[in-house]
Design a protein around this ligand. Structure first.
Ligand code: CDP
Length: 246
């Protein structure tokens, strides 16, 4: 017997967590949470909780992994065994290897790796609690952690998924929607709107994809504003107002 709720979207257009189709889950970001990392970020997005540590640029080891003309970027996505309902088996899986690869590729166009030959830039992601959308949450957190580490980038990378639930195109699926929905389509983009990650699970028509992209662009714009606000808060030095002459 399926545990699918009768309706994932109510007659008044609301989702089971009270969101409209075009709304992202609430996001909370803390920057610089790991003292041994060069940059770090803790991010909560709905019920997802992810922690990212960035190390480097530092001499790449083993030495044969070094590249004479650029830094190598390494991205490791890991799920804590307690992060999901059924215990996640420790160690790499096909899924975590795939997520690590596509997430690294999502950053390659923006990180100015050519400035740091022979070095490595390591991005370590630990998913502490998962509720669908962990790869997108981790990319948003990694963007902040890279900026916190002072890694030169052409801009931030922002990520969000859209999907199809009860026949409707909605933004940022939660676990229930991901489990029982018809499609999930994670996207990452640069500040200029260049797509750096695009995956699809399920079936969608070209029209549905167009509609989903409009939602994702809106979602990514909101996330970018949150990311920028967090970075501004940490790095912007307040301008001292000159004292008024009497
Ligand atoms: O997390 P994301 O949506 O990026 O990836 P997914 O492979 O589509 O997984 C969706 C959700 O399934 C995860 O966020 C977890 O909540 C859950 N999951 C799980 O319960 N056990 C796993 N081994 C993998 C995923």
């Amino acid at each position: 017997m399926s545990d699918k709720p009768e309706k994932l979207i109510t007659d008044d257009g609301l989702r089971l967590d009270g969101r409209h189709a075009d709304e992202i889950r609430p996001m909370k970001i803390e920057i610089g949470v790991l003292s041994r990392a060069d940059g770090s970020c803790y991010l909560e997005w709905g019920r997802n909780k992810v922690l990212v540590g960035v190390f480097g640029p530092r001499e790449a080891h083993p030495r044969r992994s070094q590249r004479a003309d650029t830094a190598v970027i390494r991205y490791k996505y890991n799920m804590a065994s307690f992060s999901v309902e059924d215990r996640a088996r420790p160690g790499p899986s096909r899924r975590s290897i795939e997520i690590s690869k596509v997430s690294r590729e999502a950053f390659e166009p923006v990180i100015m790796a050519e400035l740091f030959p022979k070095t490595a830039i390591d991005i370590f992601v630990e998913v502490l609690q998962a509720d669908a959308g962990t790869r997108t949450a981790a990319i948003n957190a990694s963007s902040i952690a890279l900026a916190d580490a002072g890694i030169p980038m052409k801009g931030l990378v922002t990520s969000c998924a859209f999907g199809k639930v009860d026949g409707q195109i909605v933004l940022d699926l939660n676990k229930e929607e991901d489990n029982h929905g018809e499609a999930d389509f994670p996207v990452a983009m640069t500040q200029d709107g260049e797509i750096t990650l695009l995956q699809m699970d399920g079936n969608l028509t070209p029209d549905e994809i167009r509609k989903g992209f409009e939602l994702v662009k809106k979602g990514c714009k909101e996330i970018l504003e949150i990311q920028q606000a967090v970075l501004r808060k940490k790095f912007e030095t307040p301008v001292e107002e000159p004292e008024a002459e009497v």
